[in-house]
Structures are given as structure tokens and as C-alpha cells.
Design a protein around this ligand. Structure first.
Ligand SMILES: [Zn+2]
Length: 474
């Protein structure tokens, strides 16, 4: 591209971004019930701006939100507030971009091997925690993720913008809510069907073969759709060479270092995990894998929240009280059992997983973040998204880096960074107002006062109250 063409291209994409971001739907009364701020022009004054790029916070800023777009940002001393604007004084408070998280689910483990479909409660909880864009990381319901994506976009349901995955692409497995692929052509056909139905992402799973994965990637890429995987039968190295875009669960799911790994066979989750727990983040085997992943532009998703629930001695996860009494009791039993498990591999695996993710990011890899509300339960949407940012700080990232991983990095991966993921003029007004300073104390990220999505402010307390004691039913 010549320079002038590049400039013209940049200008046209900026205009397109502004247009698409301005298409705010009329909100239904069901959504309005959670709205606390709605005005054509809003001025947020005297705010600390943490913009999501990793740059140092800027103090005493004024942001002008104009019909859902950030139209100005500057020092409160010199930035004028338009006449008629709804002005909100944020002295002592911070504004971060809406979280963009990429391993979310609209389901939850309601019992052994059974997932309850919780699109209603979970979409509200995600929004309450500051998530304004999310990718679902595999679905076990068929159409709910796709319908929820459309209903949220149409202003009929409260929730984050959704990048909706198709049902898992997997080989023979024991989940009664999961289909079994019949080979590469079948994988291709599944990709065609679900992307025709509107799925915007694909998730491959632990028993897929290399042939099926290759066919799925090929067909998805022909359609401009990205593919991620929680793998086991296929190694990270093999998947990267086949062109996969993203690998889930940091390095916890890598089977690359299993000595007698048989092609297309999952050696069992525990077998791979033993090799990861013993892996040296500075050693050649790991560094060679990282080099390949970076060369092939494979992003890695950190889902420390789900692994924390498997690890003895960790704090009780936040948000358990929104669950139904039965699910709360089930979690309490799991938590007590985990605490007593002296032999748990997670005692060494969890900190090692953190170190490997950090090493990948420090080497230049694209680390993105999600929560994964599966496992044995205890990963509660919204609450867990905030916890995930805290755990990135535990893993050795600065608060500003952790916020950037959980906002702009996710938006870059989803190719939505022209409109969301950071706080900048002409971007969509997806913002989280925090009563505190998460740059100094990351735990302040839990003190969410208002979540702006497309410039409309939602009240997290109302969203949470609407599902209190009911998450598990719908
Ligand atoms: Zn998952």
C-alpha cells in the first residue's frame, strides 16, 4: 500500500468504526431496568484515566461521551463541557476500558458432567463485572450463544457484546452435551453450518484429530473466522503448524512434553500436567515452543481463575452468593475437598502455569484473558473477570499490564480494537468507572460503580441483585 492509500484507508476505517459504533439500538424496558446513566452527551470530569494501552494513568481528566462515542479526552482544566451535557464528577475515581475477555461461557457445571444453560443470569453478571465484550469459549447449547449475541446487539437483553462460538468440535468424548466428529469432512461441514448460522468463533477440543483440526482451520479461515483450541490429542506445536489462532488455558493443556505422546491421542489430562509442572520456563524446550507460537501468531488465553479453584490454599472465590442454594452447597463441598487435598498437583502446577504465561508474554507473545466458568464450579461470571485481572498481577504483571491484557489484547485478537479495548477519542464509550485506583491497588477493580457500554451506564448492583440466589436456574 502506498502512503496516501494507507492514510485514505485509515481514514475510511475510522469513519466506518465511528458509524458502526454509533449504531446504538433502542433499549427494551428489560434492559432499561439496569440503566443508571443515559443522556446524548455525558461529561465524566476529574477522572483518573487508565487507557488500556499500558500507559501511565492520567489524572484529573474529562471525557466527553457523545452518543456512545468518546468524542474528547483531556485535562479537566482545559476540556470544556458541552452545554446540556450530563456531568458526573469522578474525583478520586478511575476509568478503565470495558473488559474484553475471551474464554467465557453461558453455562455452568450444575452437576457431574452436566452443564446448566445460564444465558440470562450470566450475561447480566458479565456486564456487572465490567465486561463489555466477550468471546464465548465453546458452547454446549447449540443456538443460545448465537441468539444471545443477537438479542444483546438488538437491545433486547442486557449483556456484553458477544463473539459467539459454535458447539465444540471434538472427537470421541464422554460429555452428553457434546457431538463427536466423524472425520475431516465432517469437521468442515460443521464449520460451514455453524458459521452460516452466525457463529463468529470456533472452539476445538481435547479429542480432535490433526486431520479434523486442519480441515476446521482451513474452512474457518476461508470464511474469515478464527479458531481456538483446548487441546490434548493435538500438541501446541502441531496446532501452531496447522494454523490455529489461539490456544486456551495458558500452557496447562499442552501435551508437547509428554515423552511417549501418540499422534491424535490424548494421553490424559494428568499426564500432560505432570510435564508442565516440571517444565523450566527458561529452558530450551519451552522457549522453542514460545518462539514457534510467536512466529505463527498464536495467542494464548490465560484462564487462571478456573485453575485457582483446583488449587489448595487459595482464597474463596468471589461471587458464590449469587448461586442457587444447591449450587452454593455443591461449591462449598468442593472447596473443602480441594483444601484438604495434600497431594494436589496444582500446588506446583498453578504457580508454574503463571510463570509460563508470564514468560510467553515477556517474549512478545499475545496473552489474552478469560475466566472459564467450568471445572467443579466457583468461577462466577463478572466477579471472576475481576479476579482474573488480580491473578495476572499475582503472576507478576503490573496492574497496568494486567488491565491491558484484559482489555486491548482481547480486542486485538477479536479484531475489534478499532472500536473497543482502549480509551481513545473516536472509540466506543465502553468504560468501567471504579471507585478507587486499580493502578495502585488491583483489588480496587472490584469496586465497580458504573459500567458504560456504548455510552450507556449500567448499575452493577442492580444487575447482580436481579440474579441473586438464582444463578443456576436460567
Ligand atoms: Zn472453557
Amino acid at each position: 500500500m502506498t502512503r496516501s492509500l494507507r492514510v485514505a484507508f485509515a481514514a475510511s476505517t475510522l469513519a466506518a468504526a465511528a458509524v458502526s459504533a454509533q449504531q446504538r439500538p433502542a433499549l427494551s424496558n428489560a434492559v432499561r431496568a439496569y440503566v443508571s446513566v443515559d443522556a446524548p452527551v455525558i461529561a465524566l470530569t476529574h477522572a483518573r484515566v487508565i487507557d488500556g494501552t499500558g500507559a501511565a494513568p492520567r489524572e484529573n481528566q474529562t471525557l466527553i461521551l457523545n452518543n456512545g462515542i468518546i468524542s474528547a479526552i483531556g485535562s479537566s482544566a482545559s476540556t470544556g463541557v458541552p452545554a446540556g451535557a450530563r456531568t458526573i464528577d469522578l474525583t478520586g475515581k478511575s476509568v478503565i476500558p470495558g473488559l474484553v475477555m475471551v474464554h467465557e461461557h453461558l453455562y455452568y457445571p450444575n452437576g457431574p458432567g452436566v452443564y446448566g444453560q445460564l444465558g440470562e443470569s450470566f450475561s447480566r453478571l458479565y456486564l456487572s463485572g465490567g465486561v463489555t465484550t466477550m468471546r464465548t469459549g465453546g458452547n454446549v447449547n447449540g443456538f443460545m450463544d448465537l441468539n444471545m449475541m443477537r438479542l444483546v446487539d438488538a437491545g433486547q437483553k442486557p449483556g456484553p457484546a458477544i463473539d459467539a462460538t459454535a458447539p465444540y468440535l471434538n472427537g470421541p468424548n464422554t460429555f452428553i452435551q457434546m457431538r463427536t466428529l466423524k472425520g475431516p469432512e465432517d469437521a468442515r461441514r460443521q464449520v460451514q453450518y455453524w458459521t452460516d448460522e452466525g457463529a463468529t468463533s470456533l472452539k476445538t477440543y481435547m479429542q480432535i484429530t490433526r486431520g479434523e483440526l486442519a480441515a476446521a482451520i482451513n474452512e474457518a479461515h476461508r470464511r474469515g473466522i478464527k479458531v481456538t483450541g483446548h487441546l490434548c490429542s493435538v500438541t501446541y506445536t502441531e496446532a501452531a503448524n496447522l494454523g490455529i489462532d489461539n490456544l486456551e488455558h495458558g500452557f496447562f493443556a499442552a501435551t508437547d512434553f509428554v515423552a511417549d505422546k501418540q499422534p491424535d491421542e490424548c494421553p490424559g489430562q494428568g499426564v500432560g500436567q505432570k510435564t508442565i509442572a516440571a517444565l523450566d520456563e527458561n529452558g530450551a524446550p519451552f522457549r522453542n515452543l514460545v518462539e514457534l507460537l510467536i512466529e505463527k501468531h498464536v495467542a494464548i488465553t490465560s484462564t487462571l481463575t478456573v485453575f485457582e479453584t483446583f488449587t489448595p490454599g487459595r482464597p474463596r472465590p468471589p461471587g458464590i452468593e449469587v448461586l442457587t442454594p444447591q449450587l452454593k452447597e455443591q461449591f462449598d463441598q468442593n472447596y473443602a475437598r480441594t483444601a484438604q487435598n495434600q497431594e494436589s498437583i496444582y500446588t506446583t502446577l498453578f504457580p508454574k502455569g503463571m510463570a509460563l504465561e508470564r514468560a510467553f508474554a515477556k517474549a512478545g507473545g499475545l496473552l489474552i484473558a478469560g475466566t472459564d466458568p467450568t471445572g467443579g464450579g466457583g468461577v462466577i461470571p463478572g466477579f471472576a473477570n475481576q479476579r482474573q485481572v488480580e491473578l495476572l498481577v499475582d503472576a507478576g504483571f503490573t496492574p497496568l499490564e494486567a488491565i491491558s491484557i484484559s482489555t486491548l489484547n482481547g480486542a486485538k485478537y477479536l479484531r475489534r480494537d478499532k472500536t473497543v479495548g482502549s480509551i481513545a477519542v473516536m472509540k466506543q464509550a465502553d468504560l468501567v468507572v471504579i471507585n478507587g485506583n486499580p493502578a495502585a491497588n488491583i483489588a480496587d477493580i472490584r469496586r465497580v460503580e458504573t459500567v458504560f457500554k456504548q455510552g450507556i451506564g449500567y448499575d452493577p448492583a442492580k444487575l447482580i441483585a436481579s440474579v441473586q440466589g438464582k444463578a443456576g436456574i436460567w
